[in-house]
Design a protein around this ligand. Structure first.
Ligand code: THU
Length: 161
């Protein structure tokens, strides 16, 4: 037996103004995307904005359903729209913002496990790191690749570790 430690590097910004112009734009689009949330059951409005490597930005928002599991998170609506409409263009950065009853959460919204797994799939498909920006009103976190929010990713039937 040997003990091992996993360290995750990420950036934390106290304000969007400290981010690059491109990331500021993407954060603004994620905030804007919340308007498309259909969330009568949770009243939790999540917006996602996905920038592809050619600069195209695709927005997504959570879509709920009376049969709860039939709904879908904001991240996956954006990722699946990109996969369906731009299958050959790699996704580069995904920004996500969430509001509770219309008030932007102080802490950055944290994507669910299924969304992380879907991010992993597209990152693997294109062979390029997918960056993730999680937006809160008090702080914004930026991760450089999906592994940083989903360690020990399952992305292949071939086990190598
Ligand atoms: N939700 C998202 O869209 N993304 C997240 O990262 C967290 C949760 C949605 C799912 C559901 O519509 C509502 O927020 C409450 O869980």
């Amino acid at each position: 037996m040997s003990s091992k430690r996993l360290v995750i590097d990420y950036e934390e910004f106290s304000s969007v103004d400290k981010m690059s112009a491109a990331d500021q734009e993407l954060v603004a689009k994620a905030l804007e995307a919340q308007a498309g949330s259909y969330s009568p059951y949770s009243q939790f409005q999540v917006g996602a904005a996905l920038r592809l490597e050619d600069g195209t930005i695709i927005k997504g928002a959570n879509q709920e359903n009376a049969a709860y599991p039939a709904g879908l998170c904001a991240e996956r609506t954006a990722l699946f729209a990109a996969g369906a409409n731009y299958p050959d263009i790699a996704p580069e950065t995904l920004a996500v913002a969430g509001s509770d009853h219309g008030v932007l959460c102080e802490s950055p919204v944290s994507p669910c496990g299924s969304c992380r797994q879907v991010m992993a799939e597209y990152q693997k498909k294109h062979g390029k790191p997918l960056k993730i920006i999680l937006v809160g009103s008090k702080r914004i976190r930026k991760f450089q690749r999906v592994e940083d929010i989903l360690p020990f990713i399952f992305d292949s039937l071939k086990m190598e570790q």
